[in-house]
Write a protein that binds this ligand. Structure first.
Ligand code: TSJ
Length: 644
């Protein structure tokens, strides 16, 4: 089985540096996944983040105001900053220039040069040597002390010792590298992926100017980002396609000891909860202590305010979920020795951060509400409405259950279930379209594969509360089939399948349904994605035939390769057919190419994928016309299909 696994794990190695120094960069090339998460596209992009993190540390230390990231015409990457420049003096311990040590010794960054970085800095990757080890070549130029110092490496080895190549009147560091094709599945950078990450870093580091440029022929593009308002502007950005309920973005911040926390939030008129959290500028999609503290304080403060002003009577408290309906919040904490836990190492474990965030928000939000009674009332009204709707929905649901016997596990008519009952062995294919579902039904192995067809436009979940989702005729069969419930009721232990496979066409409609499903899972069944249970089927794009022999290809490159093989020496004529949709495949073809565990490829959906789908969905379904127009115009030029 060839299942491509994309991981979002942030691999960081701490301690034991003496041992790792001895191991050297060979260890990185032996097990690259250990250092950059994976060797897929995600690992490839990680190289850029590792380098940029060093410049961001320099900015946090107060010495750098600008960072440039360039995808060069030849596909290599250049990162430069206007910081102090990596130290070039000889290190007493090694007798080598500090610059050389940074690129040849694992985890050497930030630990040299007298004071080095203080608390606020040195939080990041010190992965220059890791990037070096995984680059076909890498060149660094340091402008410092009036001179330009240059050094070049190849796959971690020194090719050219440090030398002075000219004079300069500025300071800063420039690194250019070519990722090693022998180490990665792909070496092609995606501008949008880098752009999104750089924008995020610009939001998280207020006032820092980050620019990104794509210089590849035919793809020229660039953007410069600098946000004086930091995470306040991030919230405005996240709400750009929604209608805000109050114009102010509420902002609180504070620190204790070495740790700092800042929070920005604003409510909008949708029902979605959008909390985006970070620890040391690293995204924590699984939440953790900072989110826990945030949620506890928010619920407590809103209830206290409601009771004090008579909006909440007696024991009629609003729940945490009520308080978060329509909220957009960014939480950013910085701390030394962050502990990352959870399925994908994307959950913050340091308990003292919960107290810090809880205290800051409790104190400052309470004051804010007192000083802004109109905003306070708007937020309380929203939570109270949510509370009443949830109550009504619960009653309706109980009634419906009693009537239909849904409680006893009634399954939707459309579902073609499998015989196996152990969820760990069961798979469900969610199939777009009638004919594809027919072929999938006939082609499947019904012992462990279930089929659920889905078609037509689904409910716009942007405008729907949990209650309407339960009752929606497109989503309720899906909810029943999966069996785990939704929202706060979701229980992974009641889930009926551990592989949920979205099988849709590689066209606009397919992208549409995939975006909707991922958004739905992201919002209402997020643990599904956290556990890595959601996949995208990868159907072939081409069928190649020579007489009775047929082969399939999953990409243009594979098509070309297979066509050469199939032609053989004789160079005979072969037929190449492009699959326009799943419906064009008969049951055997579908089984062989897309469903047979021995031969298929599945792509695991990550939280990143799902959160991107959520963002696209928000823009496409939101009330604001301008962001939607912009998105469509921007993406239309890439023609053919809108993928997530
Ligand atoms: F990752 C990297 F090493 F390749 C790299 C580092 C890449 C890039 C684009 C920039 C940097 C970088 C490092 N920018 N700025 C710095 N700063 C230092 O390394 C530095 C400078 C001065 C002192 C000091 O104590 O005087 C200390 C440090 C760590």
């Amino acid at each position: 089985m060839s299942e491509l696994e994309k991981t979002t794990a942030v691999e960081q190695e701490y301690g034991g540096s003496e041992i790792q120094v001895l191991e050297g960069l060979e260890a990185v090339r032996k097990r690259p996944g250990m250092y950059i998460g994976s060797t897929s596209s995600s690992g490839l992009h990680h190289l850029v983040y590792e380098i940029v993190d060093n410049s961001i540390d320099e900015a946090l230390a107060g010495y750098c105001t600008e960072i440039r990231v360039i995808i060069n015409a030849d596909g290599t990457i250049t990162v430069s900053d206007n910081g102090r420049g990596i130290p070039v003096d000889i290190q007493p311990q090694t007798g080598r220039p500090a610059l050389e040590v940074v690129f040849t010794v694992l985890h050497a960054g930030g630990k040299f040069g007298g004071g080095g970085y203080k608390v606020s800095g040195g939080l990041h990757g010190v992965g220059a040597s890791v990037v070096n080890a995984l680059s076909e070549w890498l060149t660094v130029q340091v402008h410092k002390n009036g001179k330009i110092h240059e050094m070049t490496f190849s796959r971690g080895n020194i090719v050219k010792e440090m030398e002075i190549v000219g004079d300069t009147d500025r300071t800063g560091t420039t690194v250019t590298f070519k990722p090693d094709g022998e180490m990665f599945d792909t070496v092609e950078y995606d501008y949008e992926t880098l752009h999104t990450r750089m924008r995020q870093q610009a939001f998280l580091n207020a006032g820092l100017r980050i620019s990104i440029e794509d210089k590849r022929v035919g793809r020229e593009e660039s953007d410069t980002m600098c946000y004086e308002g930091g995470i306040r502007e991030y919230v405005t950005y996240l709400n750009r396609s929604k209608t805000a309920l109050h114009s102010d973005v509420i902002y609180v911040s504070g620190s204790k000891g070495d740790s700092t926390a800042e929070i920005a939030l604003q409510y909008n008129d949708t029902y979605a909860e959008n909390i985006v959290s970070f620890a040391n500028d690293i995204r924590t999609p699984e939440g953790g202590m900072h989110e826990t503290g945030f949620k506890a304080a928010l619920t407590r403060v809103l209830n206290a305010y409601g009771i004090k002003y008579g909006m909440i009577k007696g024991d009629d408290k609003v729940s945490g979920e009520d308080c978060r309906e329509g909220i957009t919040a960014v939480i950013s904490v910085k701390l030394t020795e962050a502990q990352f836990e959870g399925q994908t190492k994307a959950k913050l474990g340091n308990a003292h951060i919960r107290t810090l965030v809880d205290n800051i928000l409790s104190d400052q939000l309470a004051v804010y509400l007192e000083e802004h009674p109109v905003v306070a009332r708007t937020i309380l009204d929203k939570a109270l409405t949510a509370n009443r709707a949830r109550e009504a929905a619960r009653k309706a649901r109980e009634n419906a259950r009693r009537k239909t016997g849904l409680e006893s596990g009634g399954m939707p008519d459309k579902l073609k279930d499998c015989n196996e009952k152990d969820p760990a062995l069961c798979e469900i294919y969610i199939v777009e379209g009638d004919s594809a579902a027919g072929s999938a039904n006939q082609g499947r192995d019904s012992r462990f594969q279930a089929i659920l067809p889905m078609w037509g436009k689904m409910l716009n979940v942007e405008k729907a509360r949990v209650d309407r989702i339960y009752n929606n005729d497109k989503l309720s069969p899906l909810i029943s089939a999966l069996g785990g419930g939704i929202g706060e009721d979701f229980d992974i232990n009641r889930l009926r399948y551990h592989k949920i496979i979205i099988m849709s066409d590689a066209d606009v409609d397919g992208a549409h349904i995939r975006t909707l499903l991922l958004t739905f899972f992201f919002r209402y069944m997020r643990p599904l994605i956290e556990h890595g249970f959601v996949y995208s089927a990868v159907p072939p794009l081409y069928k190649l035939s020579r007489g009775k022999t047929t082969r399939v290809a999953y990409s243009d490159e594979e098509r070309d390769r297979v066509s050469v093989e199939l032609r053989g020496e004789s160079n005979v004529k072969i037929e190449i057919q492009r699959y326009k949709g799943l419906g064009e495949m008969n049951k055997d073809e579908l089984w062989e190419t897309t469903m047979d565990p021995e031969r298929r490829t599945l792509r695991r959906i990550t939280l990143d994928d799902a959160s991107r789908a959520d963002e696209i969905f928000t823009v496409l379904m939101g009330e604001q016309v301008e962001p939607r127009k912009e998105w469509i115009e921007k993406n239309a030029k890439y023609a053919v299909n809108i993928d997530i």
